[in-house]
Write a protein that binds this ligand. Structure first.
Ligand SMILES: [Zn+2]
Ligand SMILES: [Zn+2]
Ligand SMILES: [Zn+2]
Length: 360
């Protein structure tokens, strides 16, 4: 774990959490909380199951539900909580309830895997393409508005795009696998999945609602939604490892990604859902990272025990549980949107060449 700056980060988090609590003060609920609860809610004691530094949900005017991770509750997601289905419909877009991640940023239009926020990078560190300026700000909501809905409500999920932020230079590779390095990973709002289909949505600069082309008028009928020049997103510091396929090729990145995540979860002993990945066909690279703020070092196993990780991936692909890939082998509940695309038999030759390249 990276300790430098950790205390500063904690103080900053605790301060912003106390400020947030004060502005939402509800004595009834605050009284029942012990100091452990406060620390946990401020994101100082990580609750891995619920990424506790996420936003707070408000049901109606003042009814505070609890904290969830942004992945779960970013509008227009549906949230099942306490036997009730909620529709998360808007962010509170007043300045004090928003954390600005970037005023503008540059994105690689080729590999779509890196963004630059702080540095004056001109080229993509992964694929050397020229970065293009996105005149958009990235904002992280701290308060999300939700309302109770009937159970017939269609389930909606936000599709997140993941990027390495200002990727560190001088990453060293050994037989196509990088040393573990510390970096920032950003996730940006990338549309909405409605019953498995992707649908474009926009953030309204006036009311903070997330709307689609079919819902341009606000619920109260007071205005027509206007697209904001900001998008919802978040970023966190973690540890990552890059697998560079070099001259090897795969047409099947989704399967390769799922197999590597599953084998890394087993070999590192972490929980399902704690390893994330970005695949970048245009740079022929797969980036795996600890999907936990702070980064614990689970992905280190990929560079420390490379052969074991790839052999495990191959074993999973050869398992008899299914034909193409399921939650018992290379799939996962957390990656359920990928399940229909898995073709595990097809990446076995690729895994064999990598195992060979690594000397076993
Ligand atoms: Zn690139
Ligand atoms: Zn609006
Ligand atoms: Zn299976």
């Amino acid at each position: 774990m990276d300790l430098s700056g950790l205390i500063d980060e904690w103080i900053e988090k605790l301060e912003s959490f106390i400020e947030l609590q004060k502005s939402l003060r509800n004595p009834e609920q605050n009284r029942t909380r012990d100091i452990y609860g406060y620390f946990q809610e401020a994101g100082l004691l990580p609750d891995y199951a619920f990424g506790s530094s996420g936003p707070i949900i408000i049901d109606g005017e003042s009814n505070l539900i609890t904290r969830f991770s942004l992945n779960e509750v970013s509008p227009p997601s549906t949230l099942d909580f306490n036997k009730t289905r909620y529709s998360c419909y808007a962010i509170n877009n007043s300045a004090k309830y928003i954390k600005t991640i970037a005023n503008k940023f540059k994105e690689c239009p080729n590999c779509k895997s890196t963004i630059s926020i702080f540095e004056s990078n001109l080229l993509c560190p992964l694929c050397n393409n020229t970065l293009s300026l996105e005149n958009k700000g990235i904002i992280e909501p701290r308060i999300i508005k939700a309302r109770r809905s009937s159970f017939s409500l269609t389930q909606k999920r936000v599709n997140w795009n993941y990027y390495i932020v200002d990727m560190p230079k001088n990453i060293s590779y050994l037989a196509g696998v990088s040393s573990p390095f510390i970096c920032e990973i950003a996730m940006l709002f990338g549309g909405v999945l409605v019953d498995g289909d992707s649908d474009k949505h926009y953030l309204c600069k006036e009311c903070g609602a997330i709307y689609s082309k079919e819902s341009k008028r606000s619920d109260e009928g007071t205005h027509v939604h206007q697209p904001s020049d900001q998008i919802i997103g978040s970023k966190f510091k973690t540890r990552a490892v890059i697998i560079d396929l070099n001259e090897l090729e795969t047409s099947d990145w989704i399967t390769f990604k799922n197999a590597l995540i599953s084998s890394t979860v087993i070999e590192s002993g972490c929980e399902d859902g704690e390893i994330g990945a970005i695949y970048s066909p245009n740079s022929n690279k797969l980036i795996l990272f600890d999907d936990i703020e702070g980064g614990v070092g689970f992905v280190d196993v990929i560079s420390n025990r490379t052969s074991e990780v790839f052999k495990r991936a191959k074993d999973l692909c050869e398992q008899n549980c299914c034909i193409t890939g399921c939650v018992r082998c290379i799939g996962s509940f957390w990656r359920q949107n990928d399940l229909q695309y898995l073709k595990k038999k097809e990446i076995i030759p690729l895994l064999n060449s990598i195992i060979k390249e690594n000397g076993n």
